[in-house]
Design a protein around this ligand. Structure first.
Ligand code: ADP
Ligand code: MG
Length: 554
């Protein structure tokens, strides 16, 4: 008898399991997609490791995933011949939560109302633990490629699991077998027709072939052929096939808002398949801010860490497949490769062009995209000097005249007053507060539009973006308002703020009363109703950026 180790799940896993088991989420099929995607990942990892160590493949070079159904025992079993897991891999991978975004996910589910929270489970992949939505016991037997030990992990999903060494004769020769002991109300996952349909719908385009065995002893039938979707020609691929593939590659279960599929030819040859999601990925504001584009070399998955797109496009999901890099390229080599730099540039162009086209062809769809990702795209205005003008032209803003809609800078410039020299903005964190600001009075009186900027990124890019179509950006809470040149009504003679003796007296009084608390007191055109307002000096930060930097302890 082999000794059995008992382990307690890490607190976050216990929390996630509790959510899974107690969720009223009705579309439980997603568990199958999660397990298949893990099996496919394991096959891709093996293919990658086998480049340097071909002996890992021994006499079984082809990847495959096999599903076996057993209605009598009420079990569903998935087996892959991928990389497999050692004992330590198992304890690490199936006892803790490593994936970024899961914590954010749990917080959102717990904060949401019961029904909405359950929807989130369907919208975002939640990994291996989703098996416990349909199973009251899960056994995982795994043998890591190239090792002579196999291990059995077993749990009822109620707080603890066991690990013990397994007999090699009862383990896959290489890879992982996951057996689900299904709950009584999950019997449909032993029916050939339902499983076949689910696999075809959800996982028809994973890059590993999938076979189905209807009952023990029956012959395997191929359900999905494992050909890489991106190698097929664009006009043969349906919208549904793209959406299915997108879900697999992104782990997100919404629809793609944009699909960009192209083959670059010429100096460098590669295929790109990139998707802009409909909704925000959970890890969008992770401090690391990494993208998730996958790099393949001749259809072998190499890494999803290659930064194939700039940070401000980190919400884009998909892959690049190239034959121009050697298969045994190291991760360090990748980062420094001029080929990768060229791919990055080409891909960035394609994605931005697609977004621009959407802007022209479908205003509503573009507005949705901007709503979801505008605050990330705007990071590019200060990060990517070369594309600053392009990104500014895509940007949309709430303004003093926009009501519920948004305005582009081209709209703004077209409607500028004759004598108006700058694009004016007011930054803050709350739209209603901004709209009520006395700083706007003089601008409203003259019919001058003011951008109302409420994203924290706004305070930064405005300092970096010198101009749009030659017009500088100017904070209305900073320096002189220079409104004097713009008449309030037609025919009105423009004049500078009045300094009658009474005003001068008041200014002298205010200066002596406020002392060092202010650097200056001036008459201004910016107010019509209110008596006074605070303004930042011409040099240095505008009021909102000053506040933010203070808050950040700078
Ligand atoms: P993710 O796939 O996002 O990493 P999961 O919860 O789906 O998260 O899986 C957790 C980890 O368990 C994986 O990263 C992997 O290390 C391991 N794992 C799961 N299934 C398999 C498998 N079939 N073969 C090898 N490793 C696996
Ligand atoms: Mg997974």
């Amino acid at each position: 008898e082999k000794p059995v180790e008992n382990h307690v799940f890490e607190a976050d896993v216990a929390r996630l399991l509790h959510l899974m088991v107690h969720s009223v989420y009705s579309d439980k099929d997603v568990f199958l997609r999660e397990l298949i995607s893990n099996a496919a990942d394991a096959c891709e990892k093996l293919r990658y490791e086998a480049i340097a160590a071909p002996e890992l493949l021994s006499d079984d070079p082809g990847s495959r995933i096999v599903l076996t159904l057993d209605a009598d025992k009420n079990t569903l079993t998935l087996e892959d011949n991928g990389i497999g897991m050692s004992r330590d891999d198992m304890v690490e991978a199936l006892g803790t939560i490593a994936r970024s975004g899961t914590r954010a996910f749990m917080e959102r589910v717990e904060a949401a109302k019961a029904g909405d929270g359950a929807q989130l489970i369907g919208q975002f992949g939640v990994g291996f633990y989703s098996a416990f939505m349909v199973a009251d016991k899960v056994d995982v037997v795994s043998r890591r490629a190239g090792t002579a030990h196999a291990w059995l992990w077993s749990s009822d999903g109620k707080g603890s699991y066991t690990v013990s060494e397994a007999d090699l004769t009862e383990a896959p020769a290489r890879g992982t077998r996951v057996r689900l002991h299904l709950m009584d109300d999950a019997k449909n996952y032993t029916s050939k027709w339902s499983v076949q349909r689910i696999v075809k719908d959800q996982s028809g385009h994973v890059p590993v072939p999938i076979d189905l065995i209807e009952k023990p002893g029956a012959e395997a039938e191929r359900v999905a052929d494992g050909t890489a979707l991106w190698t097929r020609s664009k006009n043969e691929i349906t919208k549904e096939e793209y959406a299915d593939f997108y879900r697999g590659v992104s782990g997100q279960y919404d629809e793609p808002a944009l699909t960009v599929h192209f083959r670059a030819e010429g100096r460098h040859e590669y295929t790109g398949l990139a998707f802009v999601p409909e909704s925000k990925p959970l890890d969008l504001f992770d401090p690391e801010g990494k993208g998730r584009m996958k790099l393949y070399v001749k259809r072998v998955f190499i890494t999803d860490d290659a930064e194939l797109l700039p940070r401000y496009l980190r919400f884009v999901r998909g892959l690049v497949d190239t034959a121009d890099l050697p298969l045994n390229v190291s991760r360090e080599m990748i980062q420094e490769s001029p080929i990768l730099a060229a791919i990055r540039k080409g891909l960035t162009n394609r994605v931005l062009t697609a977004i621009e086209k959407l802007q022209e062809s479908d205003e509503t769809a573009f507005a949705k995209l901007w709503e979801a990702f505008g605050s990330v795209l705007k990071e590019g205005i200060y990060d990517d000097f070369e594309r600053r003008a392009q990104l500014l032209a895509l940007s949309r803003f709430r303004t003093t005249t926009s009501d519920e809609a948004t305005r582009s800078l081209a709209d703004y410039v077209k409607d500028m007053k004759d004598a108006q020299a700058a694009i004016y903005y007011l930054a803050g964190d709350n739209l209603d507060h901004l709209k009520a600001s006395p700083q706007l009075e003089g601008f409203r009186a003259r019919g001058i539009e003011v951008l109302l900027l409420t994203d924290s990124v706004d305070s930064f890019w405005v300092t970096a973006a010198p101009d749009f179509e030659g017009k500088p950006f100017k904070s209305i809470t900073q320096g002189a308002a220079d409104l004097a040149q713009v008449p309030k009504t037609e025919g009105d003679v423009p004049k500078t703020a009045e300094t009658t003796p009474a005003v001068s007296d008041f200014i002298a009084f205010a200066k002596s009363a406020l002392g060092d608390a202010v650097s200056d007191v001036r008459a201004s055109d910016r107010l019509t109703e209110s008596a006074v307002c605070l303004v930042a000096s011409e040099q240095g930060y505008d009021r909102q950026l000053g506040k933010m930097l203070q808050g950040a302890g700078r």
